[in-house]
Design a binder for this molecule. Structure first.
Ligand code: FMN
Length: 396
């Protein structure tokens, strides 16, 4: 008698086993292209050369794919997540905009995949609610020796070598140097206004704090050097000079159900571009607390995908309190003001952020803070006026 296993527990437990991600492609017997994403691809035997993957018995894509004479397993690279999503949806249009060439047996080889393995069907065996498909390998090659896309706990990621040699990040070093050059200005502003001021740099998908001047009354929740994933609507200040593909990559970090909010995020980004700052209201403290709690759990968990999803969700909800229109007669509670810094192409995107602000402030007061932040931001990357060095030395 077999014990009943809870489905959720089964998925949860097996989801802790990481897999690579492959797209199995073929030309079906009616001449149409077919493809499906599998995480179940595996090497089976060297002699004879056999591989396997496990499609669900109810998979429409596989029902079609098995009519082909041959198929190709394309191992996806870490920068092919959007291609993966395109192939993981049901229905037609999976090959729209996809570059491919035919393999020796005619199956589509996808451009930019790490490797491809073209096979004929050796065996298709039904086991439980899946098939075990064994393929006989005819041709194979590594097309692009790069990092593969990985799937773990329902989220995508990439391999990071467990080397003890830390890779220096030139952007981070450059940003820290630039921040250091205007340190006293930021510190002066922080103590003069009684607020916290920090300089942040965008390193890949994260905002990293490289300078902190904590003259405010509330302690900063995250230390210097803290990395926070940039998820819409946050991070717009880093994207004011970005290319469409960088903006697309930012939008893709919104939660999957956030597609309906894409237009709102774009509009909010355009607003930040036009006015040169972003504001986050503290009006609904629950929203901010949830986002910070999700971020803390994400950090403590070594950035596991399930916690990343919680951060994505909680951050996207901040759209409701991001960049409001300021009315002259109103008073506001602000969580932060962020102003973009240098637009130099040789520097990473940077921003200066003000937090721990007094409550119930007027629009005039906010506009004054913004101007002061913009003045400091504008000095970044410029040569220091004479005397700055002395002053900095005195302050130490
Ligand atoms: C990372 C990832 C791995 C997947 N692995 C498999 C798999 O091994 N077997 C499978 O049948 N479906 C797998 N799927 C689901 C299919 O790619 C796809 O969603 C499904 O085939 C679409 O339904 P259809 O085949 O009925 O069109 C995976 C999806 C993702 C995103």
């Amino acid at each position: 008698m077999s014990k009943t296993i809870d489905g959720a527990l089964f998925r949860e437990t097996l989801g802790h086993y990481p897999t690579g991600v492959a797209v199995v492609t073929a030309v079906a017997d009616d001449g149409n292209l077919v493809g499906m994403v599998v995480g179940t691809f595996s090497s089976v035997s060297l002699d004879p050369p056999l591989i396997a993957f496990f499609p669900a018995t109810n998979s429409n894509s596989f029902a079609y794919l098995r009519t082909a004479a041959a198929f190709c397993v394309n191992v996806l690279a870490s920068d092919q997540e959007s291609l993966c999503r395109q192939f993981a949806t049901g229905g037609a249009g999976k090959f729209d905009g996809v570059c491919w060439r035919p393999g020796p047996l005619g199956s589509p080889i996808l451009e930019d995949a790490v490797s491809w393995i073209e096979c004929t069907f050796e065996d298709i065996r039904e086991t439980g609610d899946h098939y075990i498909v064994v393929g006989h390998v005819h041709e194979l090659a590594v097309a692009r020796s790069t990092l593969p896309l990985l799937f773990f706990q329902g989220g995508y990621g990439r391999f990071s070598p467990g080397s003890f040699i830390a890779t220096p990040d030139p952007d981070l070093i450059q940003a820290a140097q630039l921040a250091e050059a205007i340190r006293y200005r930021v510190e002066d502003l922080s103590s003069e206004l009684g607020v916290n001021c920090g300089i942040l740099v965008k390193i890949r998908g994260d905002a990293v704090q490289v300078l902190a001047a904590n003259g405010g009354s509330v302690a900063e929740p995250f230390p210097l050097g803290h990395r926070q994933p940039i998820i819409p609507p946050l991070g717009a200040a880093f994207l004011v000079h970005s290319t469409p593909s960088e903006i697309e990559a930012w939008l893709q970090r919104a939660p999957e159900d956030g597609h309906s909010r894409r237009d709102l995020y774009r509009a909010q980004l355009n607003k930040v571009r036009e006015c040169g700052y972003s504001l986050l209201l503290a009006a609904e403290p629950g929203l901010l607390q949830r986002q910070q709690a999700a971020l803390s759990a994400f950090e403590l968990s070594d950035r596991l995908p399930r916690h990343e999803r919680a951060v994505r969700q909680a951050t996207s909800e901040l759209a409701a309190v991001f960049c409001p229109d300021l009315l002259p007669s109103e008073r506001y509670d602000l969580a932060s003001i962020v102003v973009p810094m240098s637009s130099r192409a040789d520097l990473p995107p940077m921003a200066i952020r003000m937090t721990s602000l007094p409550t119930s402030v007027t629009t005039q007061q906010i506009e004054f803070w913004i101007r002061r932040l913009q003045e400091v931001a504008a000095t970044a990357g410029r040569p220091s006026p004479k005397g700055d060095g002395d002053r900095y030395a005195k302050n130490r």
